[in-house]
Design a protein around this ligand. Structure first.
Ligand code: ATP
Ligand code: MG
Length: 557
């Protein structure tokens, strides 16, 4: 894979160490990992970490990775999500060996439950979920079994079959594994493994009205697929004994579970449930809103797969939860865009200048990307009427203002040195136009003027410029960790996270912009074409600024 940084000799992460040891001991011939999303939302950057880890391990050690939809919860799942997940994994650059669905295993998993009942290791319980919870005890006090735990194997087999047949309503009965009501690990206190849910499933339709719980579907699916290393996030550490117990009692393939820290990132939220609220309550335009931490949002924002893989590599794999600074993600995309972005000139807030000693027009050459000479040059039209950025002119400049001011000289990028001779003002004293002269012998590439100027400005020719819309994005939240603030996380949304410049002036070459190209608007940042573009108006998203200005602004504020 063509990545930003070549794989350097670096130390292994703890999961790689485990895999290498397993291979050295000959435990497995090849490794098999899986990425197991629940299709109840779009993938986010946290999932990208898991994808890069699971697929990355298989790539590194010559194994394979399955894409498995963990679709055991019919109510929240949808095919729209299945499609988006596949698109996102592919876009990140990974190819799965098999596309599987936990729902394809429902019959087998049902059989596993029957086997547990036959071994006297599962029973049907008629208690409500509140009763079950109240009988569970506390971490320091053992729980107690109720009378339903006394049911015979025959009775349990009949009741479980009746549950499947639809003889009971939602919540009337559950199937529980008989593990250990005195275990200090609450997960082992006779966990519920099947529940009744009369709901339509996006794949199995109305075939089932009982569904296995996560703990009785995930590990079982791993075993069915012969997954060697089942990697999940830390909240499942306490589930591992149960994962192993089922494997032992069912005598199925001994998959092993390993846990790593989930990715949390500053100034955003990282849970599908919360992201869904942002979408449903219209705080954002959709799952792919460029301010969202979703993969589709980042893609629309202009992030590249390389930058996200680079990020995943940089953050590594930890055993402890932490909060990663979003500026690290921004650093990763800047690194990549600096190498690949085509340079363009765009004026956001124009101030017209007239070059009084220039007549006609000409085509100048400007480099496409100074970081990559192979990209060559583009043509930019120049004439006697230009726009420069209003903020690049000051009537009464402070000492070190190296841009344009009365009597001061600057270079126009890839063009000439000009000098400001005169200001034109309106009735209110606002500058509306500048009169300048240019030095004909100062042309970029063959400057004979001997003149040294400090500032270089971007510009566009008035009559050649095209109008574009520019959307600049800021953090979606005002606080670092909105999910851990008091009250509702949505109270911390940044009201100024989207700024639209509906008519910026761009050099005409941008007319041919493509969705898969990336651009640096000189001195402005990195941009990409947005899908909202139409025949009438092209829309560009700011992916990221040229430098990390946020840290500075925070200090000022
Ligand atoms: P969410 O809480 O966002 O809904 P989830 O864990 O319920 O996430 P799943 O679809 O079950 O989402 O996750 C698929 C895989 O991605 C799991 O292995 C899960 O551990 C992993 N994953 C989810 N969120 C993160 C994260 N923030 N960082 C790393 N891995 C994650
Ligand atoms: Mg989940």
């Amino acid at each position: 894979m063509n990545d930003i940084k070549k794989e350097e000799e670096k130390s292994l992460n703890f999961i790689e160490e485990i895999v290498e040891e397993d291979l050295r001991q000959g435990k497995y011939k090849t490794i098999l990992t899986r990425f197991p999303p629940e299709p109840n939302g779009y993938l986010h950057i946290g999932h990208a970490k898991s994808i890069c880890l699971n697929f990355g391990l298989a790539l590194k050690y010559g194994g394979k990775t399955n894409l498995r939809f963990d679709d055991t919860n019919p109510v929240t799942e949808d095919v729209e999500y299945v499609e988006s997940i596949k698109e996102d994994v592919r876009w990140l650059g990974f190819q799965w060996a098999n596309e599987f669905y936990a729902s394809d295993y429902f019959e087998q998993i049902y059989g596993f439950a029957v086997k547990l009942i036959q071994k006297g290791l599962a029973y049907v319980d008629d208690s409500s979920s509140e009763e079950i919870a109240s009988q569970k005890g506390t971490p320091t006090e053992p729980g107690r079994r109720n009378k339903f735990a006394e049911r015979t194997v025959e009775e349990n087999l009949q009741l479980f079959s009746d549950m499947r047949e639809g003889k009971y309503k939602d919540g009337e009965k559950v199937l529980r594994a008989r593990v250990d009501m005195a275990s200090p690990n609450m997960q082992l206190r006779d966990p519920v493994i099947y529940r009744i849910k009369h709901a339509h499933h996006h794949r199995t339709g109305d075939k089932w009205c009982i569904y296995p719980m996560y703990d009785f579907a995930h590990g079982q699916s791993d075993s069915i697929e012969n997954i060697t290393h089942s990697i999940c996030t830390l909240e499942f550490v306490t589930h591992r004994p149960l994962y192993d117990w089922f494997i032992k009692e069912l005598e199925i393939f001994p998959s092993r579970q390993y846990e790593f820290a989930r990715l949390n990132m500053t100034f955003t939220v990282m849970s599908k449930r919360k992201l869904l609220q942002l979408v449903n309550e219209k705080f954002v335009s959709g799952w792919d809103d460029p301010r969202m931490p979703t993969i589709s949002g980042l893609r629309r924002r202009g992030y590249t797969p390389e930058s996200i893989r680079f990020f995943a590599e940089k953050i590594g794999v930890q055993k402890r939860d932490n909060l990663i600074d979003v500026s690290l993600l921004e650093f990763c995309i800047r690194e990549h865009l600096n190498k690949i972005a085509l340079r363009k000139m765009v004026v956001f807030e124009p101030l017209k200048i007239v070059i009084t000693n220039y007549t006609g027009e000409e085509i100048l050459k400007s480099e496409n990307n100074p970081e990559d000479a192979d990209t060559g040059h583009r043509e930019v039209p120049f004439s006697n009427e230009l726009y420069i950025e209003r903020e690049d002119f000051m009537e009464n400049p402070p000492k070190k203002f190296f841009r344009l001011a009365p009597g001061q000289k600057v270079r126009l990028k890839s063009a000439y040195i000009i000098q400001c001779d005169e200001m034109i003002k309106d009735g209110n004293g606002n500058v509306t136009e500048l009169r300048c002269t240019y030095l004909p012998e100062s042309k970029s590439g063959g400057d004979q003027s001997g003149m040294k100027v400090q500032g270089t400005l971007h510009w566009v020719s008035v009559k050649h410029a095209i109008h574009i819309e520019v959307r600049s994005y800021d953090r979606l939240f005002r606080v670092e960790d909105p999910a851990n603030e008091e009250g509702d996380f949505k109270e911390y949304i940044n009201p100024d996270s989207l700024q639209i410049i509906s008519s910026a002036y761009a050099e005409p070459g941008l007319k041919n912009a493509k969705f898969d190209e990336r651009y640096q608007f000189l001195r402005k940042g990195y941009f990409c074409l947005d899908k909202d573009s139409s025949e009438d108006k092209m829309v560009f998203n700011r992916t990221v600024t040229l430098r990390d200005t946020w840290a500075k602004e925070q200090k000022k504020g």
